[in-house]
Ligand binder design. Structure first.
Ligand code: BYC
Ligand code: FE
Ligand code: FE
Length: 472
């Protein structure tokens, strides 16, 4: 086998790496650093092998391959969705012109910034989740955690490829720095707030994959519209992997809620701690936290950054092509919230500067589907209580509500009132301690921890009691 073929085997790809030796060498130099980072800050629990899905090609049916392998042998590759012939820029001032295959000089800095922010979140989430393996509630869940982790690692590869291939020396430097910032680090934290919060336990993990990975889904959706075609194609492929992360979050919370509801009904009480379940008010507080920090990921409701990205054709709207307007928005206005004189009011601003809110409202609608699912589970179990999303002003650090105290119901209150009631709304030290006390590993095939119901189905048609992970 020639050296070339051997090398392209090491970085599976559909971007013809062999045809670009400089790029190949640059990525070859980055690969061992990635592996070092994975060993240092990736999953701490080392399993013998894990039943993983690996991306092996980008075509519609054949892209995923399942099999047991050690995590370190996962083949992190570079995959772009197929190129659409004659693709046109679907929005902004260049709308209708041919999509770019190279970076337009005037947008270089903005594009690089978007790639770096996107790329920064991927390894951050792996760092946040590194200890969870030790307390997995089942082998099925352990496998899903690892699957999410390797795919977030691949998403880092996706952004590093674009930085290396299109941004020269600066891009390579940025790719290095993606491995040097760390989640929660005091000196070199990750860029966005939510990615510096610890993911302490499995309830937090399910909330994170439901709410924070879902921000990923929506941000990737806007970048999939990008006029910069390689970015668009990369994101289209990433979105297919993201669907699994959504599934892990949605069904994870389903299962917690189901178990909680069953215990409440069986023992006819809300106080299910003594039966080893997670009380619904704790679930609600976790939900309040993860939803609100995820809303911060959309940026401010009024942003010239997002207006510039849109006008330039770099970042579109969710499902841009389905929008019935002119896709330029130069004269349109939109209504956003402002806090003035102790009241929440609405004000009209240019629609372009309100695009973060536009995306956030798409996200809100999607998040609500989950809440409705969980409430149906409660209802079917004969439990009256319901879960709900807190008001979008609740617990915000970014945007119109930063610096204000807003209750989950949407009332503006003073800082004292907030401080008095915060323990009802956000997880308390006691909540963390209690949930932590439940986090005992269950590593016997098919068995589940007592705080969570079994999943309805296994992975890839395998039974729930399949040996998804061999530990030793
Ligand atoms: N924390 O103009 P503004 C994922 C900064 S998740 C800290 O209102 P803009 C994943 C902002 O950078 C998806 N800083 O915001 C999920 C700006 O700084 P500069 C990740 C923040 O720029 C789970 C300033 O505040 N992808 O993939 O319109 C597991 C003013 O901001 C925050 C993306 O985010 C914050 N939360 O929008 C694994 C897509 N929010 O420029 C993976 C790429 C804002 O003044 N990023 N700031 O220095 C973007 O499109 C935009 O940068 C943002 C912010 C949507 C993040
Ligand atoms: Fe990702
Ligand atoms: Fe994800």
């Amino acid at each position: 086998m020639s050296l070339n073929a051997d090398y392209t085997d090491r970085i599976p790809n559909n971007v013809d790496l062999r045809g670009d030796r400089r790029l190949q060498r640059a990525l070859e130099a980055w690969q061992p650093r990635f592996m070092q980072w994975w060993r240092d800050l990736g999953p701490d629990l080392i399993a013998r092998d894990v039943y993983l899905r690996t991306a092996i090609s980008a075509d519609r049916d054949g892209w995923a391959h399942f099999g047991h392998l050690p995590l370190e042998e996962y083949r992190w590759g570079i995959f772009l969705a197929d190129r659409e012939p004659d693709r046109r820029i679907p929005f902004g001032e260049h709308m209708g012109t041919e999509a770019w295959q190279q970076v337009p000089g005037e947008y270089r800095a903005d594009l690089q910034r978007l790639l770096v922010v996107q790329g920064d979140t991927e390894p951050a989430s792996v760092e946040q989740q590194r200890l969870l393996g030790f307390t997995a509630p089942s082998l099925y869940d352990l496998r899903n955690l690892f699957q999410v982790n390797v795919e977030e690692g691949r998403h880092l590869w996706a952004m590093v490829y674009l930085l290396h291939a299109f941004f020269g020396r600066e891009g390579r430097e940025q790719a290095e720095e993606l491995l040097m910032r760390h989640s929660g680090s005091v000196d070199a934290p990750r860029i966005l707030g939510a990615f510096n919060e610890p993911t302490r336990d499995w309830l937090a993990f399910f909330m994170f994959t439901y709410f924070t990975d879902r921000d990923g889904k929506f941000q990737l959706g806007t970048l999939a519209e990008s006029g910069f075609d390689p970015l668009s194609r990369t994101c289209r492929f990433m979105l297919r992997e993201e669907a699994h992360h959504m599934m892990v979050g949605t069904t994870g919370i389903d299962r917690v809620v189901r178990r909680t509801a069953d215990l409440m009904r069986e023992h006819d009480t809300d106080d299910i701690k003594r039966y080893g379940g997670i009380p619904l008010d704790i679930v609600q507080r976790y939900l309040n936290f993860h939803y609100s920090v995820s809303l911060d990921l959309f940026g401010g409701e009024r942003s010239t950054n997002v207006a510039n990205y849109f006008t330039a054709g770099l970042k579109g709207r969710w499902q841009e092509e389905r929008r019935g307007d002119d896709h330029r928005l130069t004269d349109a206005t939109a209504v956003v919230d402002v806090v003035v004189g102790g009241r929440i009011e609405q004000t009209a601003i240019p629609a372009l500067t309100a695009l973060n809110q536009d995306l956030r409202s798409e996200y809100f609608t999607d998040c609500n589907h989950g809440v409705r699912r969980w409430n149906r589970i409660l209802e079917e179990a004969g439990v009256d209580q319901k879960l709900s999303l807190p008001h979008h002003g609740f617990n915000r650090r970014v945007g119109a509500f930063a610096g204000s105290s807003v209750t989950p119901g949407g009332a503006l209150v003073d800082a004292d009132a907030w401080a008095r009631q915060q323990a009802e709304w956000l997880p308390t030290a006691d909540d963390f301690d209690y949930v932590h006390s439940l986090m005992k590993p269950v590593f016997e095939p098919g068995r589940m921890a007592a705080w969570i119901a079994p999943p309805a189905t296994g992975i890839n048609g395998q039974p729930v009691d399949y040996e998804y992970v061999h530990l030793t």
